[in-house]
Design a protein around this ligand. Sequence first.
Ligand code: ZN
Ligand code: ZN
Length: 447
Amino acid sequence: MHHHTTDHHHIPIRVQDEGSILLGWHPELAAAIRPFAALRPPTVHCQIAMLAIPADMPLQVYEATIGQPPFLIENLSFSDWASLVHVLQSRPEQLEAKIHDLASNIVESCRKAAIENRELNLIIAKAEKIILELHGYDSSHLDTAGHVSFSERAETFSEAYIDRKSLSQVELEYFRKKEAERLSNAHTELTPLMRDAGHKFSRNRPFLPLASSTWTEKAVQHVHNRLWKLDTFNYTAPISVEAYMALAAITDAEVDNCRSAARNGTIYFPATRGGFDGEFPPIAKLEKGKCPNKPLLHQKGIPKFPADLSELKKLWNAGRPYLKCVCLGCEQNFTWFDHMIWYVIGNLEKIDPLAPSDKIKMLEFQALLRTTWRKAILEQISFVFMREYMIKIVNLLTENRRISAAEILDYEDFRYIDFSQWKTEDWDGDQKKNRTNRSSPATTQTD
Ligand SMILES: [Zn+2]
Ligand SMILES: [Zn+2]
């Protein structure tokens, strides 16, 4: 038995492994990672995903960037690892090409991640300013957002300084290589966004969920994989559709259905009807002090139009599956379904404490996703698509704030969406007039 306390987000290390090269690596990966154990161990989630793939695959991944930083082993995301499972299950002959693709994209994705880490606050502030103004809300708190100082990571030494050191070709090449490594790792040094939870929906909290899954996967490390501890409730777990497909063995046809459900605004488990009982873990298992009773799964409704600032901030969770207990007057009783999934992957003993290894726990967890929780995973995938549509509209609006609803509908991606459900006519530049003529919203949000 290895020690594993709920409040640690690092990998449990067996006492007998102390002093070995396995520091930071999952003990069950020992044999698979021995050739590259000196590399920086990836997150718990990545290592759990590595337990879910054939034992020889981590080595293949290692060899794809051998000697050439940034290394895949250090930089693949949880969804990248899971996507390997998906390829292996659905088209194994393409596995090598998939690993090759990941390898040839890794420099670019590290570069993008570094830019996002530096610019995210500004990107969100600019977009929020436009959205708030379109809806006729005050946005003056965002005017200075560009002046917030970030710990920017540039070159370690100036070019002139290095020139004057008259380094040999070998010395210079070595230095450049190390410098490239430092830069590619820069995005792992995140400014954590653990803001006061009591202010989650206060006026000045950022609310637009524009952060990438790469960013979210890094940020959530700072809150021990409890996504609900980040600065807003709007973050989704960094699990891609392909990763859900891999974990729950979802087919392409099923994903097509989810896309249709998103386009039609179909809600299978509205709060007004009885929820779905998937024998989900009590929310108290995710965090002490929360409700110990079994929760049911529901989905957020699709609001006709956000009636006030608080609804505008919650709009991005339209269609999102969540867990809520049935007890009356219980307040510690809510979590997003995907937040639970992410937390459980990092804490598999919450689901199956008796299983003899994490490898089996992960297998049993995947079995659960494929059977009892399958329906919930399909709703989650539908929500991922709904969220994508919403963010695309935000991007169109922020690129061109004079764009009309008719123009938005003209975009290829939206051509088949039934926007009568979404009331996008309210999204044209004429917000103030619309808001005063409007009746009250149909959907209330309960968190
Ligand atoms: Zn520990
Ligand atoms: Zn309760």
